[in-house]
Design a protein around this ligand. Structure first.
Ligand SMILES: Cc1cc2nc3c(=O)[nH]c(=O)nc-3n(C[C@H](O)[C@H](O)[C@H](O)COP(=O)(O)OP(=O)(O)OC[C@H]3O[C@@H](n4cnc5c(N)ncnc54)[C@H](O)[C@@H]3O)c2cc1C
Length: 457
């Protein structure tokens, strides 16, 4: 049967639109460390209509499909089986329109996040979603995972930047909800159904993105903080004093800061030894104004002893050096074998959660290295547990995720569930919620063809 379907698929997408054999197995199913692609073929449609015809055929043949964007997802959402075909959006990379009056950008889903940011910038506007994998991650992937990143505090997750969307369903139906208006209360919000659905409900082909005015000024500071309780007071003070212009509040625990600044490629702007370090960034109309406002906040925080030390960057290169510390994920590989987590918790219980976690880890693996950093303004922690063998992955995961539940947190803040977190979904979602999710999946994709085995069984 698979040979028949390949012939028919080739007739739809042409020779350029299909890869088989070594061209498939030499590709990966995800980011660094992901397994090789096992699929029968990779289909690369050039348009929504081609994809619709592909899905109609797959539906007829009960053929399962996994969608690949930029393959930077971190929860195994792109993993394939030998019976799947892959749909890759790599030939759908056209930004069709930037509307400077209505501040919207219309794009195909295979366009990278960075290309969208640059197109907005070229037109004097700003696309606020930003994350380290911007050069490879696609808009389709961002939408499918509802990606977060560094500016959620001010602009929200990807969901908040999507005005309209087009998707192809498992049976080939094209759902085109490409409205460019912010207010559109006309029944169920269909674009939102696909945002964060991780390719299980439809394949996103196009979107209308909301752009923002480009801000001309920013100011960045790195501060040292002595006590955890001071972090949330400092955040509240910064939000109140800087109004809507606070754009980042990124916390690094001492173990993260000292590890990363220990590498020669960085110099430490503040001495190591403080329990916490925070990058605070504000964006507004002029550098001078933002700097003055930020310095006022820091002065007040020093008076109240909420911070013990601070450095405000004075140039673009100083700012980049501070962010390079926060973004140096590669430095963490020095702790291999390691396990990485992305969870969220109410700020009020974070410290207690981390103490419980460390106690349980120490009991089992006395030599473990538990490194913490994150988007504290969004309640989002990234936890790296190093020097614990790969074979013990399940046990580490169980400790991290089981403890999230009683504190009212989420086992996935921004990366999704995919394949990796599927066994733990019940720690963040009730039986009734999971049943409703399955009902929605059953209604839209009754043959379970789209990304089967991801999110839930
Ligand atoms: C260095 C690094 C930093 C990162 N930082 C962040 C961060 O700060 N915040 C954050 O949220 N994430 C982050 N990520 C994770 C990742 O970049 C995001 O999840 C991103 O949105 C994935 O986009 P992608 O195009 O690579 O999708 P892929 O990895 O290709 O796919 C991810 C999932 O979406 C599905 N999918 C892809 N395209 C489509 C489509 N067109 N239609 C339907 N389903 C689709 C796939 O089937 C899969 O389930 C980071 C990753 C790396 C490697």
């Amino acid at each position: 049967m698979s040979q028949n379907i390949i012939k028919e698929l080739t007739e739809i997408v042409g020779d350029k639109g299909i890869l088989t054999g070594n061209d498939v197995s030499q590709r990966m199913d995800g980011w660094i460390g992901a397994p090789a692609c096992k699929a029968i073929a990779i289909i690369r449609p050039a348009s929504t209509e081609e994809l619709s015809a592909v899905m109609k055929l797959c539906h007829q043949h009960d053929q399962s499909v996994t969608t690949h964007g930029g393959l930077t997802g971190l929860v195994g959402g792109g993993i394939t089986r030998s019976t799947d075909i892959v749909v890759s959006l790599e030939r759908m990379r056209n930004i069709s329109h930037v509307d400077t009056q209505n501040r919207t950008l219309t794009t195909e889903a295979g366009v990278t996040l960075q290309a969208v940011q640059e197109a907005a910038d070229d037109n004097g506007l700003f696309y606020p979603v930003d994350l380290g994998a911007r050069g490879s991650a696609t808009i389709g992937g961002n939408i499918a995972t509802n990606a977060g990143g560094n500016r959620v505090l001010r602009y929200g997750m990807t969901r908040e930047s999507i005005l309209g969307l087009e998707a192809v369903l498992a049976d080939g139906t094209i759902i085109s909800s490409m409205s460019g208006v912010i207010k559109n209360n006309t029944g169920y919000n269909l674009p939102h159904l696909f945002i964060g659905s991780e390719g299980t409900l439809g394949i996103v082909t196009r979107a209308v993105l909301r752009l923002r005015p480009k801000l001309q000024g920013e100011a960045t500071a790195l501060v040292a903080v002595e006590k955890f309780e001071h972090l949330s007071r400092l955040l509240n003070m910064a939000e109140a004093s800087l109004g809507g212009s606070l754009s980042s509040f990124e916390v690094m625990w001492d173990n993260f800061y000292s590890l990363v600044t220990g590498f020669e490629r960085h110099s430490a702007p503040l001495p190591v030894g403080s329990p916490f370090y925070v990058i605070i960034e504000t964006q507004g109309n002029s550098n001078e104004l933002e700097q003055e406002r930020l310095e006022n906040v820091l002065g007040e925080a020093l008076d109240l002893q909420l911070i013990t030390d601070a450095v405000v960057t004075q140039s673009v290169s100083e700012r980049e050096k501070v962010w390079a510390i926060r973004d140096d994920i590669e430095a963490l590989f020095s702790l291999a074998p390691l396990h990485a987590f992305d969870i969220s918790l109410p700020v009020t219980v974070m410290e207690e959660y981390l103490t419980t976690l460390q106690t349980e880890l120490d009991q089992k693996w006395p030599d473990n290295r538990c490194i913490v950093f994150g988007h504290l303004g969004d309640g989002n922690l990234h936890i790296i547990i190093g020097q614990v063998s790969a074979e013990e992955k399940k046990q580490v995961e169980e400790i991290v995720y089981r403890n999230v539940h009683p504190y009212g947190g989420s086992i996935s803040a921004e990366h999704g569930i995919g394949y990796e977190k599927k066994p733990y979904l019940q720690y963040s979602r009730s039986k009734e919620e999971i049943a409703l999710m399955k009902l929605i999946k059953q209604a839209i994709d009754p043959k379970n063809l789209l990304n089967p085995g991801k999110m839930f069984d």
